[in-house]
Ligand binder design. Structure first.
Ligand code: BG6
Length: 503
């Protein structure tokens, strides 16, 4: 079959907009948001009349700020290309402490002058700040009159104001609800874009294409044929310079509450009626609402937690979590977690989903492994050694080496009935030219174009926290021990959790 460019939606370039980035000097803005905007611009997907206003406390001269933008936008660094120069010229800096109410008069003035000068009425506020600041910034945006385009005092019929909010969205169910209440008291749901960058990953989006366009999988995508599903997010990195954030968060809040559950919803959802934002998000929500609540009476039957001790990765020694700078020596924050979860609906009754996420694993690897039930009767038992590998597996490799593999058994050539597991592989790198787009490119473009399909709705977020909060409480009350594991190993129990072999 030929390519079908843009199956459900056409990629369209954004309309001119003022993008105001709160927290422009932070790591996320520098490493992800600015590079994504630059790449969109180079691809012709960011309207050249767009203005990007960075808001931060640091004092910059114009020249210093231009240097900062240059260093953030990968190949713009040092490059004297016209594209780099044009991109830099789209940027301006507004020096202000966005946590202080009296600073908003200056912010408003800056945004207003920009909008009037460039004749732009649309605004995208991007909150790339510490999560503790979200509620305050939203309140101050509202109190200073920035939440409606009327503040421009020019005719702006049909203009939009949207807000992009980074993860983590809340700290537990209560804080997530409180943040939702605040944000929804100022903006309507269709103005709010809550980011989980995993939803922007090409391979995660492809889960929907894979399931809902290839008709051969749907009849077997249920408890009749699937034995279990594993969703793993392993990183070899430690916590880097994010000690303050991570030690309060832990891996369950950092990865499982959002990235793992979002991937789970893509794997487990029913086919949506259409690809519009609400149809897709309705189906994801139903998955979250069908998850069996965590069994607090027997927590270790479905939760394992660990923290990395000193070890070795790629031949180099790495320190224990509690020896990382700015981490309390007695910290019990989990850097590894495994959760067994059940979805109580017709499709998934009885099928365990295992979510594992960890720092300081032997290698970086995110994948979904769907293990099918074995054949009902084995006629080869007398001929050959038959192991548990008889089960077929479908491996969706999210990163790195993105692709999909189906593991099947075949006869080993020869006179004996020997079995061998082989793999039918699809690799992005061999099937398609060029690098995969960055998740942030896709998500920012969608926010500019008003497409919220790949963003989390308020009820989805709350349903995910509803499930996760009792697990966090269980860890807080030390009902499950956080066991040590050597950095570079596969976690505290090495290969096994709840009877599952993850090696
Ligand atoms: C972030 C987490 O959301 O995702 C980080 O806060 C983690 O701790 C990162 O390292 C992983 O993202 P990716 O795209 O590198 O898998």
């Amino acid at each position: 079959m030929n390519d079908c460019p843009g199956v459900a939606k056409d990629v369209k370039s954004s309309d001119p907009c003022v993008i105001a980035i709160f927290g422009i000097t932070g790591d996320l803005a520098r490493k992800k948001i600015l590079p994504a905007l630059y790449n969109l611009f180079k691809m012709g997907l960011l309207n050249p009349r767009t203005r990007i206003i960075g808001i931060g406390r640091r004092k910059y001269s114009n020249i210093e700020y231009n240097e900062y933008i240059k260093s953030s936008a990968p190949d713009a660094a040092g490059a004297e290309s016209q594209a780099a120069a044009d991109f830099i010229a789209m940027n301006d800096y507004c020096c202000a402490d966005f946590n202080l109410p009296y600073e908003y008069a200056g912010i408003k003035d800056f945004l207003k002058k920009t909008a009037v000068k460039y004749k732009i009425c649309d605004f995208l506020y991007y909150l790339s700040t510490p999560p503790a600041d979200f509620e305050r910034i939203i309140t101050l945006i509202h109190d200073s009159g920035l939440s409606k385009p009327d503040f421009l005092d020019i005719s702006c019929a049909g203009a939009f104001v949207r807000v992009v909010i980074e993860k983590p969205y809340g700290y537990d169910i209560d804080s997530a609800k409180s943040l939702n209440r605040k944000v929804l008291s100022i903006f309507s749901e269709d103005q709010i874009y809550r980011i989980d960058h995993y939803l922007g990953k090409e391979t995660v989006q492809n889960i929907m294409i894979f399931r809902f366009i290839n008709g051969i999988f749907e009849p077997i995508w249920n408890q009749n044929y699937i034995d279990n599903v594993q969703i793993r997010v392993f990183e070899s990195e430690g916590i880097g310079s994010r000690a303050n954030y991570f030690d309060r968060s832990g891996i369950i809040r950092d990865i499982i509450q959002n990235h793992s559950l979002q991937m789970l919803s893509m794997i487990a959802m029913e086919p949506p009626a259409s690809m519009d934002a609400d149809s897709v998000r309705n189906e994801k929500l139903k998955v979250f609402q069908s998850m069996r609540p965590f069994d607090g009476s027997n927590p270790s039957s479905s939760l394992a937690a660990g923290q990395y001790a000193a070890g070795e990765i790629g031949g180099a020694p790495v320190p224990a979590y509690t020896d990382e700078s700015n981490i309390d020596k007695n910290s019990e924050t989990e850097t590894f977690a495994a959760i067994k979860l059940l979805i109580d609906n017709w499709r998934w009754a009885g099928v365990p989903f295992y979510l594992t996420a960890a720092k300081r694993m032997p290698e970086r690897l995110t994948e979904v492994i769907v293990t099918f039930k074995p054949a009902p009767h084995l006629i080869f038992n007398n001929f050959c050694h038959v192991s548990e590998q008889v089960s077929n597996k479908l491996v969706i490799r999210v990163q790195p080496d993105e692709g999909i593999s189906l593991k099947i058994l075949c006869k080993k050539p020869g006179f004996e009935m020997g079995l061998h597991t082989v793999s039918m592989d699809f690799n992005y790198s061999s099937a398609f030219d060029g690098a995969l787009p960055e998740a942030y490119e896709r998500l920012i473009l969608d926010a500019l174009n008003g497409d919220a399909t790949l963003f989390m709705r308020s009820d989805e977020i709350e349903a995910a926290w509803d499930y996760i909060t009792p697990i966090l409480n269980c860890l807080k009350n030390r009902e499950v021990k956080v066991k040590k594991y050597a950095a570079g190993s596969l976690g505290p129990e090495l290969c096994g959790f709840f009877g599952l072999n993850i090696c």
